[in-house]
Design a protein around this ligand. Structure first.
Ligand code: SF4
Length: 235
């Protein structure tokens, strides 16, 4: 039952760099970008989603995550740029870092690669500001992500990386609420084949089953019954 004594959450107007209202949002998935999108819409920001995530493996998982994001963008009439799935390039750049742990060198490369392409697209298509949903998850090192975003934006004149902390002011909790409300697909590993390998190894070591792709959705269990146990996306 709705608690009518609780004041409805009023979203603040977000302070964009130099008050710019046109933003290119790099999105990693629907669960992470849902809160970011709703915050930007409430601030009257004219934004476009840029989906460039060649790290996601296998392609089946990539298509599921991308299509979930497209559906939510269409629901709100937000432009969506479906960028290349140039996984060969991603694997080439990951060479020698296959055994690195999450948050290490391989992840820096992975963020760099995604932001470099985002910044290039912004430069070529008249977006003065770029930002990303990547940092909203507590699984990620926000400083590592921001450093990569700033580095990529610095390559192009007139492009600024917006270092907004999307977790603050209840952003993390709203990310889960929105994901449950929308019953978004719930990915269970960060994205690359190495994170899939390591997550499965951890699950086996702790007596859990390996990841089954395409079966888990926020707010419902595998049989479609209400389930409140969903946690943050590991993206
Ligand atoms: S663990 Fe995640 S961030 Fe790191 S390289 Fe793999 S997909 Fe990229």
């Amino acid at each position: 039952m709705t608690d009518h004594t609780k004041p409805a959450f009023e979203r603040p107007i977000l302070p964009t760099p130099d008050g710019q209202k046109k933003v290119l949002l790099h999105s990693c998935c629907a669960p992470c970008s849902g809160e970011v999108m709703e915050a930007m819409m409430a601030s009257g920001i004219d934004f476009t989603i840029y989906f460039y995530n060649p790290n996601i493996h296998p392609q089946k998982e990539y298509e599921i995550r991308k299509n979930e994001n497209i559906a939510f963008a269409q629901k709100h009439n937000i432009p969506f740029v479906d960028a290349d799935y140039d996984m060969d390039n991603w694997f080439a750049r990951a060479k020698g870092m296959e055994m690195d742990p999450e948050r290490g060198r391989r992840c820096t490369m992975c963020f760099d690669m995604r932001f470099e392409r985002t910044a290039l697209y912004a430069y070529e298509h008249g977006f003065p500001v770029i930002t990303s949903s990547l940092g909203i998850s507590r699984w990620k090192n926000m400083q590592q992500i921001n450093d990569c975003g700033v580095r990529a934006a610095a390559k192009y004149p007139g492009i600024t990386y917006w270092e907004y902390n999307w977790r603050k002011g209840g952003g993390s909790a709203r990310m889960i609420e929105i994901s449950k409300r929308e019953q978004f697909y719930q990915q269970e590993y960060c994205g690359c084949v190495y994170s899939l390998r390591d997550t499965n190894a951890h699950r086996r070591a702790t007596g859990r089953q390996s990841i089954k792709m395409g079966v888990k959705f926020y707010g419902v269990d595998e049989e479609g019954r209400p389930d409140n146990s969903s946690t943050e996306p590991q993206t």
